[in-house]
Write a protein of this length. Structure first.
Length: 107
């Protein structure tokens, strides 16, 4: 009878170890599955974020180019030639006349 009790006890320990091993394997399988699922979700979120970022960059770049073109057009439209004073015009006219006279005098 002692042998039967010892054998039963040893068998119960082996059964418990086997059951514990199955629980551990199932837990590892569940954890691995959960990790793979989370990785796929994170990969999808990352791809979505990249796509949104790329679209935003393209939009901002286009908006900046449009704004630059508008600013340039506005600046060009606002450009006015500098005002030339009457004195400066008279000096230029005198200089032109002097050169004409010099050229006529040398020929």
């Amino acid at each position: 009878m002692e042998v039967d009790v010892s054998t039963d006890f040893v068998q119960q320990i082996k059964d418990a170890e086997l059951q514990a091993q199955k629980i551990i394997e199932q837990a590892e399988k569940n954890a691995k599955s959960k990790l793979e699922h989370n990785k796929r979700e994170l990969d999808n979120k990352l791809e979505l974020a990249r796509t949104e970022y790329d679209q935003k960059i393209r939009f901002e770049k286009s908006a900046a180019e449009d704004q630059s073109e508008q600013d340039l057009a506005k600046s060009l439209a606002e450009l006015t030639p500098p005002e030339i004073s009457n004195q400066l015009r008279e000096e230029a006219a005198d200089l032109v006349l002097e050169r004409i006279v010099d050229l006529l005098g040398n020929s």
